[in-house]
Design a protein around this ligand. Sequence first.
Ligand code: ZN
Length: 262
Amino acid sequence: MSIRLTQEQIERYSRQIMIPDIGGKGQIRLRQGRVLVIGAGGLGCPAAFYLAAAGIGTLGIMDGDQVELSNLQRQILHATSDLGRAKVESATEKLTRLNPEVDVRAYPVRLTVENAAEIFAAYDFIVDGSDNFETKFLVNDVAVTLGKPFSHAGIVRFQGQTMTVVPGKSACYRCVFQEPPVPGEILNCQQAGILGAIAGTIGSIQATEAIKYVAGMEEDLLLDRILTYDAKSVTFRTIEVQKNPRCPTCADKKGAEAHFAS
Ligand code: ZN
């Protein structure tokens, strides 16, 4: 590899470069890595913050909303003075202040069937920090179709869950959950509430998965397992899941394309 780390980079990232699994090689991979974070909210803020700190070369951040007062209890990239600003603008400012080396790309839009494939194509790994089932299934279906690894997560009240998907290798989100729930069947954060620190825990795990993937630790990801966190009983559990041979998204390439087109 022709890219070399500068003295300043060696010092900035020294505490992770000294980890044998990362090393200088892993740090160079992070420098060349491209990660997209969907949502500059409860999960996306801590995830993007740690990704920028770790020296990810290109960090996309996608969110069509503005900062509201009720966001500030958990969306830690935004400050009181940011009320009313576009979330991606506020996030870009904080991420760049933390680490000016990171090329932060802001997408002030909501993820849709129309824009997903083109945006995903420019990234190596996707962190799904969205807050609704429609987007989570869309992320899964487009990412699997394009062969892009991603981290799924969901949080509510005192609970969180997360899993990583490497298309072609591990079970996808739709293998496990099949279809979005009927609207109103499962409460979201807006309806049921969420403790901010739990978003931090789960968002940090998502950032860790992205860093591991980009740094070359593909064998150590949270694949074919869902990690659940119950903050009330302080319990982490991993539930083994399997690829569904009849999954409409990932069972075969043809099926995936057909599903995406619908
Ligand atoms: Zn599947």
